[in-house]
Design a protein around this ligand. Structure first.
Ligand code: COA
Length: 162
């Protein structure tokens, strides 16, 4: 899985797309510290490999985590500065809610937050759906970026006491 790079100073504002989703009932916003256990349960259920990075995202105050909600129900999440500085991810949208524009808005909100911190570019580490990042943020693949930081990863059974 290669890494991708996004030019942050070339990004268009996310607010019109966020507002369009809001008009359809979906709110994309920064998560609050007091929502950590709900978001963590969602990620542990749907994307268990990413729970540790989510915890890292919630270690910041306010959290480096954005969420999508509809009538109090969590639909998706995205993190930044959770794996390495200037990294976007992980992110995930509940399967039945995909292709509504939620993933794009969460991605762009995180990228805007990175830009506000002074970064000129952001890294998406170990991408799955490269086309999503290309379409949503103009990301491009980084040559020779595989394996990236996700090399030599411990097996999930290590250190769990079994
Ligand atoms: C990747 C993911 C977050 C995208 O969320 P989403 O809400 O479905 O994405 P959006 O609806 O905002 O899509 C934005 C654009 O990307 C396209 N797109 C979305 N998912 C895509 C995919 N898997 N492959 C190719 N294109 C995709 C959409 O068609 C849309 O294109 P458009 O600009 O032409 O309209 C979601 O599919 C997901 O949770 N996947 C499983 C977890 C995952 O792979 N996370 C990323 C790990 S690097």
């Amino acid at each position: 899985m290669p890494d991708m790079i996004v030019n942050l100073y070339g990004l268009a504002p996310v607010s019109p797309q966020a507002q369009a989703l809001r008009d359809s009932g979906v709110v994309c916003r920064r998560a609050e510290s007091y929502e950590r256990s709900v978001v963590l349960a969602f990620v542990e259920r749907l994307f268990p490999d990413w729970a540790d990075e989510l915890r890292a995202g919630f270690a910041a105050v306010p959290p480096n985590v954005y969420i999508a909600t509809e009538a109090g129900t969590l639909l998706g999440f995205a993190c930044y500065n959770a794996t390495r500085p200037d990294y976007f991810g992980p992110t995930g949208v509940e399967a039945s809610q995909r292709r509504r524009g939620i993933g794009r808005v969460l991605l762009l909100q995180c990228l805007e937050a990175l830009r506000a911190q002074g970064y000129a570019y952001a890294i998406v580490g170990g991408v799955g759906p490269a086309e999503f990042y290309e379409k949503a943020a103009g990301a491009t693949l980084i040559p020779a970026s595989e394996p990236g930081i996700y090399r030599d990863r411990l097996n999930r059974s290590e250190g769990d006491g079994t």
